[in-house]
Design a protein. Sequence first.
Length: 402
Amino acid sequence: MSSHHPATHPSKGRINSTLRRFLDNEASSGILLMAVALLALIAANSPFSDVYFSALHSYLGPLSLQHWINDALMAMFFLMVGLEIKRELLDGQLSSWTRRLLPGAAAAGGMLVPALIYIAFNHSDPRTVSGWAVPSATDIAFALGVMSLLGPRVPASLKVFLAALAIIDDLGAVAIIALFYTSGLSIPDLAGAGAVMAVLFVLNKRGINALAPYLVLGALLWLLVYRSGIHATIAGVLLALTIPIKLTPGMPEASPGVSPLHRLEHALHVPVAFVIVPIFGLANAGVSFAGVTPAILVEPLSLGVAAGLVAGKLIGVFGAVAIMVRTGMANLPAAANWGQVFGVALLCGVGFTMSLFIGLLAFEDSSLQDRVKFGILAGSLVAGISGYLVLRVTSARKSCPA
């Protein structure tokens, strides 16, 4: 440890250094999300529960606070997701078919099997069968956060595999929201959104490096998509598709050598991970346990979600990896063993953010939403703890460099 110069302010430097490490640590956002989810549960079951719920349902202009969070703030989350997907597909871990094969198969298995398990529990009830996509989602912040608690014990290749799998999983979730949770389409607003997209693509083709025109048109796109009947957050993903990933020579640029996509992704990372997603968790994880009995947890709706997240993700992800490796179509992530892959498959059952989001779209009835939340929280808790324990047991201890 280096000594501080007497003229410096060591306490201030230490605080800045700690904050910087916290923000840069991939585990931090997951840990913050866990704390926020716990805080929401405490608030919903405290003497202040009426204040908590009435605040969420209070109106600010045309929308309630909860709708502003879920429809507007989360559009920024989906913009970030879209930027990550585009970057990884064009210039990252998913830039070739050989790299996409294993995480792609694992993501497909991890979406299909949970949905089938949920449907098996709920196929006879037309009120609840529409929630089939709830357990199909993986929360990348939570899952990577839990994995990162193990530090250097887990090979970096496994973290890359999990991140790639979760990104493809997010792409699938976006497609599901657009295709299956859309109603009452407005053709004029859809046409307007199409026209805005056309202008955005023209800006891209002309090599405009400035972000301002994209963001202004993105706000208009959000409004038109919101009015069209497609969920407003899809506008974030659509906008991300038009942001240039390469700089155009000769055009003005804000940051020399840094593409608009990389600039925007860098600018969004901290506010999305440490402000927007925690606010979403605080607004949506709160569920009252008043009148809750153990019977609720074994109802088809809650049980279907929890079983889909824990058993479905495990069978789907691990099964797909086993098939790909045994048939010689892919190799295990470098330096990883089968036990670690088993642990990662369990961690994929942490659904939280995207599962809560789909659950809110699938059900308007608040009692059904609460049952979905019970299933998500129970399933994610079991998946997170068991995945951590399996990875801890199956990962050899490695000494940190001095």
